[in-house]
Structures are given as C-alpha cells and as structure tokens.
Design a protein around this ligand. Structure first.
Ligand code: ADP
Ligand code: 5GP
Length: 187
C-alpha cells in the first residue's frame, strides 16, 4: 500500500499572493496536487471551471452541507467555499499530497480533526501593499476589495495558529521558502 500523502493547509488574506505562489511551486513536485475547491462565487474572467474552482449554485452547496459532503466549508466574503471530503480521502490514501488553499475558518475546522497536517500562513509585507495588490489585480470591485481588506485584519490576527509563516514580499524569495517547506515536510 502507498504511504499516505501529506496535507498542506495554506491560508492568507485575499491579495497576499497565495495563488501566485502556489502555482509557482506546485508543479515542481510530482506527488503534490492542488485541491480544487467548490464555490458559489462568480468565476473571474481568467478562471476555468474544474481548474480554479468548481463553480456551483447556492442550492447545490447547501444541499451538500446537509448531506455532510464537505471536508470543511465556510462562508467567505459572502460566498460559500468548500472542499470535498471524498476527494481528500481518495487522494491521501493513494499517496498523493495535497495543497488546500482555504480561509482561516476552514483551516480551523481541519486543524480540529485528528489528522497530520502542515499549516502555512502567507503574509503580505504590509497592509498598504495588500491593498495595492488587490487593486492591481483588477478582478474585484471597490466594495469587494473593501470587504476583503476588512476580513484581512481578523485573518492576520490569527496567523499564529499556523506552523509556518511566509512573507510574500519578493516573489522569488517567498517561492523558495515555500518550496523548502514542501520539500522538508514531504521528505
Ligand atoms: P491571493 O491568491 O492571495 O488572493 P494572488 O495570487 O491573486 O493573491 O495575488 C494578488 C495580486 O498580487 C496578483 O495580481 C499577483 O500577480 C500579485 N502578486 C503576488 N505576489 C506578488 C509579489 N511578491 N510582488 C508583487 N505582486 C505580487
Ligand atoms: P477567492 O474568492 O479570492 O478565490 O478566495 C477567497 C478566500 O476563500 C481565500 O481566502 C481562499 O483561501 C478561500 N477559499 C478558497 N477555497 C476554499 C475552501 O474550499 N474552503 C474555505 N474554507 N476557504 C476557501
């Protein structure tokens, strides 16, 4: 039987660069994959169903809550986000390691389970940079950005729940740090 895979839980305030960093590092590991979440939010222009998220309706999401389908789920910035329990179980049992890109509420649910996991929090160098990155990304309205910045404060306040913290100032440097964590923890 294959060894069980490693579960990486990564959180960050929106705009800190988590998606960019994960994309940069993930394909350097054969046995590490991205856990594609389900969400009820609208797809962004460059997003693909099944690659970035599974975009589903509120009705379907809520039905899956009642069927106990989710490994973890949360309402983030007014939309539902969740991870399929079956997908996690099947992948880990096959020896596949996984990166879960989830918010702090979801990470706390996973940390409360009796599971081995590696938790990482990505920080922006400053609040001002975070705000600039969200604006430069150009994917969200002013109202959505304001909500994401407001949530960022309470998320950053909980960073010490995580084993590792990576500051994403210089992208290459942060990617190297993330790479070292993956490498060490999967050894
Ligand atoms: P998140 O997934 O955490 O919401 P993204 O990965 O979408 O964040 O990054 C937010 C924006 O910041 C994107 O436009 C991205 O290109 C940019 N970005 C990410 N990391 C850096 C960095 N180290 N320096 C400058 N810009 C960055
Ligand atoms: P975005 O809308 O910018 O893609 O993501 C918003 C937030 O939702 C991010 O903090 C991201 O980590 C979180 N998120 C994405 N997928 C999931 C998930 O499956 N569960 C939880 N709890 N949060 C998620």
């Amino acid at each position: 039987m294959a060894d069980i895979g490693t579960l990486f839980v990564i959180s960050a305030p929106s705009g800190a660069g988590k998606t960019t960093l994960i994309k940069k590092v993930l394909n350097r590991f054969e046995t590490l994959s991205y856990s594609v979440s389900h969400t009820t939010r609208e797809p962004r222009q460059n997003e693909l169903n099944g690659r970035d998220y599974f975009f589903i309706s509120i009705e379907e999401f809520e039905q899956k809550i009642s069927l106990n389908h989710w490994f973890e789920w949360a309402k983030v910035h007014d939309n539902y986000y969740g991870t399929s329990k079956e997908f996690i179980k099947n992948s880990l049992e096959k020896g596949q390691s996984l990166v879960l890109d989830i918010d702090v509420q979801g990470a706390k649910q996973v940390m409360a389970l009796d599971l081995d996991l590696v938790s990482i929090f990505i920080l922006p160098p400053s609040f001002k940079t975070l705000s600039q990155r969200l604006e430069n990304r150009g994917t969200d309205s002013k109202e959505v950005i304001a909500k994401r910045l407001e949530n960022a404060k309470s998320e950053i306040a909980q960073k010490d729940l995580y084993q590792y913290k990576v500051v994403n100032d210089d992208l290459d440097k942060a990617a190297k740090e993330l790479y070292s964590i993956f490498k060490k923890e999967m050894a």
